[in-house]
Write a protein that binds this ligand. Sequence first.
Ligand SMILES: Nc1ncnc2c1ncn2[C@@H]1O[C@H](COP(=O)(O)OP(=O)(O)OP(=O)(O)O)[C@@H](O)[C@H]1O
Ligand SMILES: CC(C)(CO)[C@@H](O)C(=O)[O-]
Ligand code: BAL
Length: 291
Amino acid sequence: MLGAAAERHRSGRASQALVPTMGALHSGHAALVDAARGANDVVVVSIFVNPLQFGEAADLQRYPRTLEADLDLLASAGADIVFAPAVQEVYPDGEPLVRISAGRLGETLEGASRPGHFDGALTVVAKLLHYALPALPADFRAYFGQKDAQQLALVRRMVADLDFPVEIVGVPIVRDADGLALSSRNRFLSPAEREAALVLSRSLHYLKGQADRHEPLDLNGALAMIGSVPLVELDYLEVVDPASLAPLAFNCQDTPFTGEALALAAARVGPVRLIDNVRLGAGQGPGAEPR
Ligand SMILES: Nc1ncnc2c1ncn2[C@@H]1O[C@H](COP(=O)(O)OP(=O)(O)OP(=O)(O)O)[C@@H](O)[C@H]1O
Ligand SMILES: CC(C)(CO)[C@@H](O)C(=O)[O-]
Ligand code: BAL
């Protein structure tokens, strides 16, 4: 460590980043660590499969756990500290009586299909932020993927509404070459299911093309694309305001698309629930777009 960074460490003003994950790491997680590595002196990565945010017991039980491979990936990605606590360390008295409420924003979209999910996710994010908070929090950042767009919006609201001393950084979605958003649960897809799952990114790409050309968004056409793939059971496809996640009906049907929006989709494909999204209009990040 040289020069300015060493001085920041000496004076206790080193910047610190937290990258919360549930393990089974892939290149999407590596992109979060890269972003954190590029802007902070110390990078902490947590690996914790949080029982509080799971609905179905089977989903929690079969969630992939690959700690050895995760540690290798994190060493290559340049993480400084890996925090992989046992459930008893995080919840020594069992499930907490008091938890963070995600409020109305936690009841739509993912929250409608996974009741309580965001209360559980925000509660553990709050705890992880407390664990990783530096003694002198001059520069404390936490990194989240834009793939979980509703989670990112809710974490931003939590730190704003509850005055957490941390900057939240959103990282663009990392996709496979064919457009599928990387996800730890993708490993449970059969080859046929994985091929079928591509309709999610394709339908979002279809909408993005219309938004780029300022045409009306053909939501019905996108729904029909998804409906034509028998292995894909659509949960929702919605166009919403990126910050409030409120539905943006005026942008659909016959009105040429203007402004900014987020198109979000979720579907069950075989044993897996998949989510994906794309920014429509101005202000898009540099990340890979669905195709
Ligand atoms: N493809 C991706 N691109 C960018 N960020 C991602 C991607 N996949 C996951 N992330 C982010 O990594 C962080 C940890 O996510 P998590 O460990 O749940 O991985 P995951 O692949 O989303 O797993 P799953 O969806 O199967 O639970 C979250 O902030 C999430 O948004
Ligand atoms: C943020 C998180 C690590 C909290 O458990 C989880 O929801 C995730 O992996 O997105
Ligand atoms: N990244 C999503 C976490 C979950 O599905 O519980």
